[in-house]
Write a protein that binds this ligand. Structure first.
Ligand SMILES: [Zn+2]
Length: 439
C-alpha cells in the first residue's frame, strides 16, 4: 500500500471528541430527561458528508437516531467488519465534577467530559480515520460497516438492538465487530499489557415480587409481603457464588502470573493478588471470577401502620457466560416459594476466541505503535452493544486502543465523575485503529 495508514493527521481528534461531548446526549432511559441522540447523529452525518460519504440516519423513534455507513474494502472476498460506537452517554451531575461535564475542556494533557472514554472517544477516532481515508485516498481491507448507535446506556432497545432487529440487512456479510470496552493498556510489574475484551458476562435484571395479606399494622399478620421480601433479598445478597473461571479469565490470569511470578491457583488469596496486579483494571477483572447478584432496589408500602399486599425488589445479576439458566434457578430457590422472580431484561453472556486472526491483527496494530507491549484477553463484567449483534452471527470484540499512563484510574472513568482521557491516548488509538483497518 502506498499510503501509510498510521501517518494520518491526528491533531484534530481531541477537538472532534470535544465537539461530540458538547452535544449533551444524556440517556435517562424512558425518563423524559433523556436528551436524544439526534443532534449528535446530525453532527456525525454532516462530518461524513463533508468527506464525501453518504451515511444513513435511522431513527428508532423521534430523536433516537442511529447512523450507519458502509465503506467498501479492497478485498471483496473477505467478510465485512462492523466498527461501532454509541452516541449516548450516562448523565452527569455537574456539581460533582471539577469541570463542566459537557464543555469538552482540555487541560493538563487530558480531554475532560462525559463520554471522554464512554465512548465519544471511539466515535471521534472512527471519524478521524474515515476522514483520512478520503483525504489521503486509501481504503480499508475489508468492507466496513461503521455504526453510531443510540441508547447503549439504557440497554440498546432504541439503538443496536433495534437496528439488528429492524435492519439486519445493513449488517450483511459481517462476521466480526469491534467496539468498547477493551484495547486499553495496563501496567503489570512494568510490562505494558493491552487488554482485548473477548467476552461479556450475562445480564439478568430481576424483579422480585412478594404477595401477602394486606392489613392494619397493629394486628397479627403471618403473611406480610414486606417480611417475605426482605428475607428473600437478604438471602440473595448474601449468596456466596462459587468460583467459575472461564477460558478468557484463565488465560488472562495465566499471563499475569507469568509476568509477576505470583502463583495462579484457586486459592482466593492468590486470585485476589493476581487481580490486584492489574492495578486500575482490577475492578473490571475482579467481577469476572464468579456470578454476582446485587439487590439494587426495594419498594413496598405507603404508610407506617399499613401492611401492603405486595412488595417488590430489583436484583442486578451478572452470570458467568453459559450459566444464565442455572443462575436464574438459584435465585428462584433463594427467593423461596412466596416470592416470584421474573426477568426484566435478560441477555446471555458470551466469549469469542482470543486465538483468532482478528486478534492477531489487533495485536500487530498495537505492537506497531508500542513494540514492547503484549496483549491479553479479558472478560467484561458489564455489557456492550456487541451482544445485540451476536444474533446476526457477528462476534464482538472490545477494541478501543488507548495507551494509558500506568497510574491512570481508567475503570473509574466509566460513568464516573471527572471522566477524562489523555489526548495522547486518543492520538495513539487513532493511529492503531487506522493500522488495524488497513490490514
Ligand atoms: Zn459505553
Amino acid at each position: 500500500m502506498a499510503v501509510d495508514p498510521s501517518a494520518l493527521d491526528t491533531s484534530g481528534v481531541a477537538q472532534l471528541c470535544a465537539d461530540l461531548i458538547r452535544i449533551d446526549t444524556s440517556n435517562f432511559g424512558d425518563d423524559p430527561r433523556t436528551k436524544p441522540e439526534r443532534p449528535a447523529a446530525d453532527f456525525v452525518v454532516n462530518f461524513l458528508n463533508r468527506y464525501g460519504y453518504d451515511p444513513i440516519l435511522i431513527e428508532s423513534k423521534p430523536g433516537r437516531a442511529n447512523v450507519i455507513l458502509r465503506v467498501p474494502g479492497t478485498d471483496p472476498e473477505l467478510p465485512a467488519l462492523v466498527v461501532h460506537g454509541h452516541l449516548d452517554v450516562v448523565p452527569a451531575v455537574a456539581a460533582d465534577w471539577t469541570v463542566d461535564p459537557f464543555a469538552g475542556v482540555m487541560k493538563d494533557g487530558y480531554l475532560w467530559g462525559r463520554g471522554a472514554v464512554d465512548m465519544k472517544n471511539m466515535d471521534a477516532m472512527m471519524l478521524t480515520v474515515l476522514a483520512d481515508m478520503k483525504e489521503r485516498n486509501w481504503r480499508p481491507k475489508r468492507d466496513l460497516i461503521v455504526a453510531f448507535f443510540a441508547d447503549e446506556e439504557a440497554g440498546g432497545e432504541w439503538g443496536a438492538q433495534w437496528m439488528a432487529e429492524h435492519h439486519p440487512d445493513l449488517f450483511d456479510g459481517a462476521t466480526a465487530a469491534i467496539s468498547e470496552v477493551g484495547g486499553y493498556s495496563v501496567d503489570v510489574e512494568g510490562q505494558t499489557v493491552y487488554l482485548i475484551q473477548t467476552g461479556e458476562k450475562g445480564m439478568d435484571w430481576l424483579t422480585l415480587t412478594a404477595r401477602g395479606r394486606a392489613g392494619h399494622g397493629s394486628q397479627v399478620n403471618e403473611d406480610n409481603a414486606i417480611t417475605k421480601l426482605a428475607a428473600a433479598v437478604a438471602r440473595i445478597g448474601q449468596q456466596q457464588w462459587p468460583l467459575h473461571l472461564t477460558d478468557t479469565v484463565r488465560s488472562l490470569l495465566t499471563t499475569v502470573s507469568e509476568l509477576t511470578g505470583l502463583p495462579f491457583t484457586e486459592d482466593p488469596a492468590h486470585l485476589s493478588a493476581l487481580v490486584d496486579a492489574l492495578g486500575p483494571a482490577a475492578p473490571f477483572v475482579g467481577a469476572t471470577l464468579k456470578t454476582q447478584a446485587n439487590p439494587t432496589q426495594l419498594d413496598g408500602g405507603y404508610k407506617a401502620n399499613v401492611i401492603p399486599a405486595t412488595a417488590t425488589a430489583a436484583v442486578d445479576m451478572r452470570p458467568i457466560p453459559g450459566t444464565e439458566d442455572e443462575a436464574h434457578k438459584i435465585i428462584d430457590d433463594l427467593a423461596g416459594p412466596d416470592v416470584d422472580v421474573s426477568s426484566l431484561v435478560r441477555y446471555d453472556g458470551y466469549e469469542v476466541p482470543f486465538d483468532a486472526p482478528i486478534v492477531e491483527r489487533m495485536s500487530e496494530a498495537l505492537l506497531a505503535e508500542d513494540p514492547d507491549a503484549i496483549v491479553a484477553p479479558y472478560l467484561l463484567s458489564a455489557g456492550t452493544d456487541n451482544k445485540q449483534l451476536l444474533p446476526l452471527g457477528i462476534e464482538g470484540y472490545g477494541f478501543v486502543p488507548l495507551a494509558l499512563p500506568a497510574d491512570f484510574n481508567f475503570s473509574a472513568m466509566f460513568h464516573g465523575n471527572d471522566e477524562r482521557v489523555p489526548i495522547s491516548a486518543l492520538k495513539f488509538g487513532t493511529r492503531v485503529l487506522a493500522r488495524f483497518l488497513a490490514q
